[in-house]
Design a protein around this ligand. Structure first.
Ligand code: HEM
Length: 364
């Protein structure tokens, strides 16, 4: 591997992307002609983009990917608050944030621990089993808390994975077909759940926003938890492989995430000409917001940016951390050979996630 990442989309999987990010953060803005992207790297540039209403989460003329038109996948995607800049975004976000906040951290942590215990039962975990655990646990814990029966959680995490692959920009027809089947199955399973507990709370919070919005955004939460949640959990395990650390403390997660972030970038589409942190941008430009560079910018306030900022910032942070803590609690009970588990670790995953793989993972 070369000393410098090939470009910003390859940086999250580079062994040490931080000298590269530091250089970019010092410049503030950079243009990557080959990728056709502006890079917002300093804390000031990244924050200005995330705060600007002209910098949108989707291109103006394509609210959902054209390749998904006419499918249940496209219909669901079009209702996600994560992908919306319409006036409906604010009430959807308020309802989802209130629903997520209604789940107690302790309960989520215990559920994750119990699911991880069951998943790891029977044999000392090797690298491949750890990879399988990090892929399984975030979406499975959320689904379990919503009332999904335990016997269907393995299938559910596979369906969420198929869905993630299908909406990726480089997905082929076969992947979209598999994602469509997974999306339809997840909708059917969700519709069959008893209206009780946390699910009833979501329904109450969504109220007049309607059942379609509720279902799409509940499944959207499972989707959001998948890659980022796996990256977070794998980071916590990798740090434990290096030595004991205080994973029970939220402040310690923040400190480590600032030093070695998991979620490295997000994208924005410029809807009208604007000048942000000194950089003129034109309508139609695309910006890669380098959260990982901004977090480490010496001129910034020295805060982790892993969970984003502003009107699209992550409402799932507390739950994601509770799930990761639950997994670490289950692993500590087993007391594996941490050093051996960390020995074969590589970085391989989606371009925006610094994803650790411990065994023969497939890189997703
Ligand atoms: C329980 C797991 C999680 C859930 C339910 C969840 C949910 C969400 C939702 C609903 C949004 C969209 C907010 C909006 O557009 O208004 C979001 C955004 C975001 N999430 Fe999460 N999330 C989870 C885990 C994570 C993790 C583990 C990370 C980082 C390691 C993360 C990083 C982000 C970031 C950076 C954004 C903002 C993206 C942008 O501004 O383009 N999330 N999340």
């Amino acid at each position: 591997m070369s000393a410098w990442p090939e470009h910003a989309l390859a940086a999250a999987s580079h062994r040490d992307p931080y000298p590269y990010y530091l250089e970019l953060a010092r410049q503030g803005w950079a243009r990557d002609q080959r990728l056709g992207l502006w890079l917002a790297a300093s804390h000031a540039a990244a924050s200005a983009v995330l705060a600007c209403p002209a910098c949108r989460v989707r291109p103006l003329d394509e609210p959902a990917p054209a390749a998904l038109a006419g499918s249940a996948l496209g219909e669901t995607f079009g209702r996600w608050l994560r992908m919306s800049e319409a006036p409906i975004h604010a009430p959807l976000r308020a309802a989802a944030a209130a629903s997520l906040a209604a789940q107690e951290d302790e309960r989520a942590q215990r559920r994750a621990r119990d699911l991880a215990r069951g998943f790891l039962a029977g044999a000392a975990p090797d690298g491949a089993r750890l990879d399988a655990l990090v892929d399984f646990l975030p979406a499975a814990t959320l689904a379990s808390l919503l009332g999904w029966p335990e016997r269907s959680l393995l299938g559910l995490s596979g369906q969420v994975a198929a869905w993630c692959r299908a909406v990726a920009a480089d997905a082929g027809a076969a992947e979209r077909e598999a994602g469509e089947a997974a999306c339809l199955a997840l909708h059917a399973e969700l519709a069959a759940l008893a209206d009780a507990g946390w699910l009833a709370r979501w329904r109450q919070e969504f109220g007049e926003l309607g059942e379609d919005a509720l279902r799409a955004n509940l499944l959207g939460a499972l989707f959001q938890s998948r890659d980022a949640g796996a990256g977070l959990l794998a980071a916590g395990i990798a740090w434990r492989c290096e030595g004991p650390w205080d994973w029970r403390e939220a402040g310690e997660w923040r400190r480590r995430l600032r030093a070695d972030p998991v979620l490295h970038h997000t994208r924005r589409f410029v809807a009208e000409d604007a000048t942000l942190a000194g950089q003129p941008l034109k309508a139609g430009d695309q910006v890669l917001v380098l959260l990982a560079a901004a977090a480490r910018d010496p001129a910034g306030p020295g805060e982790s940016m892993d969970f984003g900022r502003g009107r699209h910032g992550c409402p799932g942070e507390r739950l994601a951390l509770a799930i990761a803590r639950g997994a670490l609690a289950a692993l500590e009970e087993i007391g594996p050979d941490w050093r051996a588990l960390g020995g074969g670790m590589v970085f391989r995953g989606p371009p925006n996630v610094r994803m650790r793989r411990f065994g023969a993972g497939d890189g997703r």
